[in-house]
Design a protein. Sequence first.
Length: 184
Amino acid sequence: MRASLALPLRTDRLVLRPYTTTDVEPTLDYYRNPAVSRFLLTEPFGFEDAQQAVERRRQRTHPTQPGDTLALVVENDGRVVGDVVLELLGERASMGEIGWCFHPRYAGRGFATEAASALLDLAFGHYELHRVKAQMDARNTASARLCERLGMTKEAHLRQDWWSKDEWTDTLVYAVLSEEWKVG
């Protein structure tokens, strides 16, 4: 049995913490942006969408079995700059999938790399996962570059495998194995 997860997580510049009810406005601030939602499965958020998303994510703090998700807000100097998720997958929750979304206002500062790296440390260190993947719309070059910076291997380019927003889209799959990741 895994030890209890101590939150928040801290990096040199970031705090990764559970959602609170005060996160509706900061979440809305970037999820309403069409450039942000372009490669997500959702349309740009309205206020109710942000409320519902935050309420769902507030419950996602202690994943223990396949299908459970950890959802964390990413802060820098007390400002919400984005969010990250880790979903447990596979038999015995031995695999995972990570995802992220960051406010474009904070692009180019390395926050996504730092936060995703901390989440991978958690995936392999705390949850002792064997494999973690990230899937994205193939047009999302920023996320693909992030995967490459993290040392993830591009495993697949699936052609027109997903119907999203009235069009067939391609999916990229990146992954990293526990023996390839150095925790810390």
